[in-house]
Write a protein that binds this ligand. Structure first.
Ligand SMILES: Cc1ncc(COP(=O)(O)O)c(C=O)c1O
Length: 367
C-alpha cells in the first residue's frame, strides 16, 4: 500500500457544512466567509483577516497594497516560485538573499543586500516547511530602514516564534489553503492578515474588483476578482478548529522520525530551537544521496519529494534574467540534498516505522 507524502482531510462534518452552505448561503459573500475571516484573525492574533483566491494572490495583493511598483522586494531563493513571481505581478523586481542551514532566509545576507540596495521596499521571509524564519533579526533590520515585512506564511499555519503566530509579526502575513497545506478549504484559497486597518481595507477592495463594498457600483481601485466562495469558507472554518490538533500530530510524528533517524550518519534530520513551535508542513531530511533514496522509496511505494529541488533563481525565467548556478550556494546545496518524507495528521506509527526501516535497508544495501 502506498505511503503518501501528504493527504488532504475532508471529514463528514466538513461535507455536511459544505452541503449546508450550498443549500443555504449565497455562493459569494456568504456568512461563512465573514466568520472564517473573523476566526482566522483571532487564531493568528491579528485585528484583520481578508480572504482571497490563493496564497499567490495574498502575496501579490499585499505587495500592491503597499505600493511596491518600480521598487525592489527582497526574498529567499528557497521557496515555491510564487514567493518571488508575485513581486513581478505587483510591478516590482524580486531580489534574493541566500539561506542559512535550515533553508530559511539568512538575516546576515539580508543585511548585506540592504546596505547595497536602497530601492528595497519590502522583505518577504518564508517560514519554509512550517519552521519560522529568524523574525527578530529580520524585523530589526527592516525597522531600521523602514522596510515593510510581508511574511509568506503559506506553509506555516499555526507555527509559533517566541510565542507569536507565523503571519502575525510582520506588517502583513500571507497564507495559502491549497490542498497540501496544514489546513485547506476543500479547494484553493488564501488569507491575508494584518493589524493595519487602512491596509486591511485596501486589500479587501483590491481583492474585490476595487470597490468599497459589494453594493457599490463605483470601483475606486484597479482591483482583482480574488475571492473565496462560501462553501470553501464553511469547510475552512472546520479545518481551522482542527488545525492545532493536526499540528500536534505532525510534531509528534516528526519526533518519531527524529528518534529513529538521528543516528544515521549519511542523513540529517531538521533541528528545532526550543523557542520555536514548528508545524512541519514538510519533514525534510538532507542527504547527498537524495536521488538514489528517492528512487528506492518510489520502488517501494513510498512517496517523497524535494521541496524545493530547483531554487527560484534557477527556474528558466530567472535564468533569462541572468541568474546562474553559484549565485546562492547555500540555497543550491539545500536544493540538491533536501527530501521531504511522508507526513500528515493521519499518518500512522506503522507507516513511519516502515519509512524508517526502508531508509535503514537503503543504507545497508548501498554502503
Ligand atoms: C511558500 C509558499 N508561498 C506561496 C504559495 C502559493 O500559494 P497558492 O498555491 O495558494 O497560490 C505556496 C503554495 O504552494 C507556498 O508554499
Amino acid at each position: 500500500m502506498t505511503i503518501y507524502l501528504d493527504r488532504p482531510i475532508i471529514s463528514q462534518e466538513m461535507i455536511d457544512a459544505a452541503v449546508y452552505s450550498l443549500q443555504n448561503e449565497y455562493p459569494l459573500f456568504g456568512e461563512s466567509i465573514a466568520k472564517f475571516e473573523e476566526e482566522f484573525a483571532r487564531y493568528c492574533g491579528t485585528n484583520y483577516a481578508i480572504s482571497v483566491g490563493s496564497g499567490s494572490d495574498a502575496l501579490m495583493i499585499s505587495l500592491i497594497a503597499i505600493s511596491v511598483k518600480g521598487k525592489h522586494v527582497l526574498t529567499t531563493p528557497m521557496s515555491y516560485v510564487a514567493t518571488a513571481n508575485t513581486s513581478f505581478h505587483a510591478g516590482a523586481t524580486p531580489f534574493f538573499a541566500d539561506v542559512q542551514e535550515n533553508g530559511n532566509i539568512n538575516p546576515k545576507e539580508i543585511g548585506k543586500k540592504l546596505k547595497k540596495d536602497k530601492k528595497i521596499k519590502a522583505i518577504v521571509p518564508v517560514h519554509l516547511h512550517g519552521y519560522p524564519a529568524e523574525m527578530a533579526e529580520i524585523m530589526e533590520l527592516a525597522c531600521k530602514k523602514e522596510i515593510a515585512i510581508i511574511e509568506d506564511a503559506c506553509q506555516a499555519h499555526g507555527a509559533k516564534y517566541f510565542g507569536k503566530r507565523a503571519g502575525s509579526m510582520g506588517l502583513i502575513g500571507c497564507f495559502s489553503f491549497n490542498p497540501v497545506k496544514n489546513m485547506s478549504v476543500g479547494g484553493t484559497a488564501g488569507m491575508v492578515v494584518t493589524n493595519d486597518e487602512k491596509l486591511a481595507n485596501k486589500i479587501k477592495m483590491l481583492a474585490d474588483a476595487g470597490r468599497k463594498d459589494v453594493y457599490s457600483h463605483e470601483h475606486e481601485l484597479i482591483g482583482f476578482s480574488s475571492r473565496i466562495n462560501s462553501v470553501n469558507a464553511a469547510i475552512g472554518r472546520i479545518q481551522l478548529r482542527e488545525l492545532d490538533g493536526w499540528n500536534e500530530k505532525r510534531r509528534g510524528m516528526a519526533e518519531e522520525y527524529r528518534k529513529r533517524l538521528s543516528e544515521i550518519e549519511w542523513l540529517q534530520t531538521p533541528d528545532c530551537d526550543e523557542n520555536i513551535e514548528p508545524v512541519y508542513n514538510k519533514f525534510a531530511i538532507r542527504t547527498a544521496r537524495r536521488e538514489e533514496l528517492r528512487e528506492f522509496f518510489s520502488n517501494n511505494d513510498i512517496q517523497s519529494d524535494g521541496h524545493y529541488k530547483i531554487p527560484i533563481h534557477l527556474h528558466p525565467p530567472y535564468r533569462k534574467m541572468g541568474y546562474k548556478k553559484g549565485d546562492f550556494p547555500m540555497a543550491e546545496k539545500f536544493a540538491d540534498t533536501i527530501l521531504s518524507l511522508p507526513l500528515h495528521p493521519n499518518i500512522t506509527l506503522e507507516e513511519i516505522e516502515e519509512v524508517c526501516s526502508k531508509i535503514n535497508e537503503f543504507g545497508i544495501n548501498k554502503k
